[in-house]
Design a protein around this ligand. Structure first.
Ligand SMILES: Nc1ncnc2c1ncn2[C@@H]1O[C@H](COP(=O)(O)OP(=O)(O)O)[C@@H](O)[C@H]1O
Ligand SMILES: [Mg+2]
Length: 271
């Protein structure tokens, strides 16, 4: 570790903190001074209307910004220690797993599910029968009772819900401390949505994973999250524990999100 990197204030183990992220495309600011802290074993929901910068913030955490978008400021700390470029690269795909909205886009259509796993597991030196057993165990954890039947299939042979489960299993392959899930249930029907949310909830409880859950659905927030951050026009405008957010939202944008939610689902607070 570079000696110039030092622990920041309030250091705790099991945290991943983004500080002062600024992103722009050309001269246009897209994300302005965003700071977020993920903690292991905890769900942080990131909400806000579309175009607010949630996906770009998630991609910046992964170091996967789309072409044309530049990070002009921002620092990542793991357990309080600032990471340099090499530290961030080491984090990606290893300590942080990614679950995206449209699972089909996360798989190579020409490659079997089994091969997706074998290529990922090979990064940690796992091959042959050991890799197959590990892939089967991961798929079983993601809710496939007969995982061996899945391995020879191609992505096109799986439903959207099955693919999302497989994507979560794949994201777990390198035993990440954190998962970033960008609208992971948006493209799925309600029954499958509930199953995927149960799965994510279970991973947080069982594995102590820290989950950043990007969603526009406040019922999902109420159900899973411990804290909620609200993003609007590239900024975090509010961050609160989830109970306080529902009981007393502070920012007009938060109140507008809650009003829209209650107009759709009735006045009762989600359990
Ligand atoms: N590759 C890109 N080039 C330029 N602008 C982009 C690019 N990707 C996203 N944006 C812009 O950045 C803003 C934030 O986008 P995004 O992070 O996708 O929002 P959200 O996920 O909250 O809906 C939007 O105004 C969007 O148009
Ligand atoms: Mg988005």
């Amino acid at each position: 570790m570079n000696a110039a990197l030092k622990a920041g204030p309030g250091t705790t183990t099991g945290t991943l903190a983004l500080e002062g992220l600024c992103l722009q495309a050309g001269e246009k600011r897209l994300v302005e001074d965003v700071s977020l802290t993920l903690r292991r074993g905890e769900v942080l929901a990131l909400v806000g209307t579309s175009g607010g910068g949630k996906s770009l913030t998630t991609l910046a955490l992964l170091g996967l910004l789309p072409p044309g978008v530049r990070q002009v400021a921002g620092l990542l700390r793991q357990d309080g220690v600032a990471l340099d470029a090499a530290g961030q690269a080491a984090l990606r795909g290893r300590r942080i797993g990614f679950v995206q909205q449209a699972p089909r886009g996360g798989f190579n259509p020409l490659v079997t599910i089994g091969r997706h796993f074998s290529e990922t597991l090979a990064c940690d030196g796992l091959r042959g029968p050991a890799a197959r057993a590990r892939a089967a165990a991961l798929l079983q954890e993601a809710g496939f009772p007969e995982p061996a039947r899945l391995l020879p299939l191609y992505p096109s042979q799986l439903s959207g819900g099955m693919l999302q489960r497989a994507m979560i299993a794949l994201a777990l392959a390198r035993q990440p401390d954190f998962l970033l899930a960008d609208e992971p249930t948006t493209d799925l029907d309600l029954v499958v949505q509930a199953q995927i949310l149960d799965l994510l909830d279970g991973l947080v409880a069982r594995r102590g994973i820290g989950l950043l859950l990007v969603t526009h659905d406040l019922s999902v927030v109420a159900r899973l999250a411990r804290r909620v951050a609200v993003m609007q026009a590239g900024r975090i405008v509010e961050e609160q524990p989830v109970d306080a957010f529902f009981a007393a939202p502070r920012h007009p944008h938060s109140r507008a999100l809650l009003a829209a939610h209650f107009a759709l689902y009735g006045e009762a607070l989600p359990a």
